[in-house]
Unconditional design. Structure first.
Length: 569
């Protein structure tokens, strides 16, 4: 059965085991078994270098190794530092010549082939291990990108997750030994590339084992193995052994296979799985449970008793937790969700009952795994869709609903575009992170309060604000933070002390609440804030929305005091 590469198997042929080292020393030919198994694996080693191990795979034109010219290949060796070069020559009746020479330009079998691995030396500059370079043609064709922290060339899979396709693996061996370095690639991807480019994979390998007391080969027993695509010679004595040879691996797919696969994927009649959802059937004004498959739905232009694609399904608010928890993978906009390179949910919202809702026609366009995730949170409606969704999606109008957080983020965005010196533009990450709590979870409430504070209060810069206050004839005390300086600027502009304090209260409250909920406050303090929020507003989401509205109104007045033109849309 195919499997991902396991470094332990490579370590086993690179270094003698703690027990029975004598048997290992004379068993270099056993390493050929690793090569055979490797060729059948899901992830194939195309380079390995370390004690007792050298494996280096290159690509050769398929027709030039079918059948293999074994003598030609055994007489040729391709090192990892063999690369493109500008050559100069003189003589042979041609005079002075300057020309570009590719790697693997010599030999009947390899001419016109491609190297996959390059290790070049920058003499006098290199420090530590030499960098491992990959064929850019291969990397680009497979649409891969190097991710430093993974030490791999990666892509996004169908679920939007990062997938390692080519890995550079560095492993430590016993203390005092060389390190083991390997490069692997997913076999399926390499096979596709080989089929399209017309190549076979040629392995150059050398496995040499010897003890510290080894003093030369002398007269030793020799072996010579010759199969059509695996041939090598070797030998051994009582404390050492070696094999040196070549192995050819041919592509397991053809161009015709790839075309047929693409045709099957693009066939509109291809069978696709769909989940079943509880929905409110807007056309027939009833609740029902139905598949989201297209044949069970209709639209405004069809005469049918089937529910409209724009019929809503309702979900527990927890359905959004996964998307909010991984902002690198998911883009959670006010009305839509995108999973990188994988799927897009066109429309969702949260109604007055706190339920998330999405249209069944939009759910049908998600991958089946994602449909099943949403299905696990599906429930019967506790109310209608949100006012905003009704106005936007059903009436086709701009929403008349006041959304304080959205309005505030819009104004902050405009301030970011042309920031005065007292404003630190908020990053895209800060702007995206500021959202309403979706559930009544205290942890989510605390996280959203912190994100809101970061996008609003942290934008005010105290030092420029102090200079502005001093230019208006009033000195700021050293202990004053940015909001206190803004309050003093409000007083300078003509407000009373009480008016200035009231103006800054919402922002000060936000900042204080963040400290209580996210800093090292006592459990009693946090519990008190939660109880007060629920008592005054019913839910933590409602408390957040009320605080956002207060901050939005204060922000407008603060901008006027700081002489910023109206930022409202």
């Amino acid at each position: 059965m195919a499997c991902r590469f396991n470094i332990a198997a490579l370590k086993a042929i690179a270094q003698a085991p703690a027990s029975d080292a004598a048997k290992w020393l004379i068993g270099a030919e056993d390493s050929v078994g690793f090569l055979k198994q490797n060729a059948q694996s899901e992830e194939i080693v195309i380079y390995a270098g370390g004690p007792a191990v050298l494996i280096h795979a290159v690509l050769a034109p398929l027709q030039q190794v079918t059948p293999a010219d074994q003598q030609d290949l055994m007489n040729r060796f391709v090192s990892t530092d063999e690369a493109w070069a500008i050559q100069k020559s003189y003589g042979g009746g041609e005079g002075h010549r300057v020309y570009l020479e590719p790697p693997m330009g010599s030999g009947n079998s390899l001419a016109g082939g491609e190297k996959l691995i390059y290790q070049r030396s920058f003499h006098g500059v290199d420090k530590g291990e030499r960098a491992m370079e990959l064929s850019q043609k291969l990397v680009h064709a497979l649409d891969l990108h190097f991710v430093v922290e993974r030490n791999a060339y990666c892509r996004l899979d169908s679920r939007g997750d990062i997938e390692d396709v080519i890995r550079i693996i560095r492993a430590d061996l016993a203390p005092g030994s060389e390190k083991l370095v390997a490069v692997t690639i997913l076999t399926e991807d390499l096979a596709r590339y080989m089929a399209l480019a017309g190549f076979a994979l040629v392995f150059f390998f050398d496995f040499t084992r010897f003890s510290p007391s080894f003093d030369g080969w002398g007269d030793h027993e020799r072996i010579d193995r010759k199969a059509p695509d695996l041939f090598y010679h070797g030998g051994g004595i009582h404390n050492a052994s070696y094999v040196n040879g070549r192995m050819i691996v041919r592509p397991t797919v053809t161009v015709q296979d790839l075309v047929a696969e693409w045709e099957a994927e693009s066939n509109p009649k291809r069978k696709k799985e769909y989940a079943t959802f509880k929905i409110f059937d807007r056309k027939n004004n009833c609740e029902l449970e139905t598949s989201c498959a297209p044949e069970f739905l209709s639209n405004y232009f069809q005469k049918s008793d089937l529910p409209w694609e724009i019929s809503p399904a309702f979900f527990r608010a927890d359905v959004l937790h996964r998307f909010k928890a991984d902002p690198e993978k998911y883009s959670l906009d006010d009305r839509s969700i995108t999973c990188r390179n994988a799927w897009y949910l066109k429309s969702y919202d949260i109604n007055e009952a706190g339920q998330v809702h999405a249209y069944i026609g939009d759910l049908a366009r998600l991958p089946i795994e994602e449909q099943r995730y949403w299905q696990s949170f599906n429930e019967w409606p506790n109310g209608s869709i949100s006012k905003r969704a009704y106005e936007n999606d059903i009436l086709g109008e701009f929403s008349s609903e006041y959304d304080p957080l959205s309005r505030l983020k819009y104004k902050i965005g405009k301030l970011n575009a042309t920031p005065p010196d007292w404003w630190q533009p908020r990053s895209e990450g800060h702007m995206d992170a500021a959202r309403y709590p979706a559930t009544d979870s205290v942890l989510e409430w605390a996280n959203e309060i912190m994100a809101f504070d970061q996008v609003l209060v942290e934008g005010f810069q105290v030092k420029p604000l102090r200079r502005l206050l001093e230019s208006n004839g009033r000195k700021a005390e050293a202990s004053w933070a940015s909001l206190r300086v803004v309050a003093e600027l409000a007083i300078v502009s003509g407000m009373t002390v009480d008016e200035a304090r009231a103006l800054l209260t919402p922002l000060s409250r936000l900042h204080a609440l963040r400290s209580i909920l996210k800093a090292h406050s006592s459990v009693e303090e946090k519990d008190k804030e939660e109880r007060q929020a629920r008592a005054a507003h019913g839910t933590l989401r409602a408390q957040f929305k009320d605080l956002a509205a207060q901050c939005d109104r204060s922000f407008d007045d603060i901008m006027r005091i700081l002489r910023i033109a109206d930022l409202n849309p």
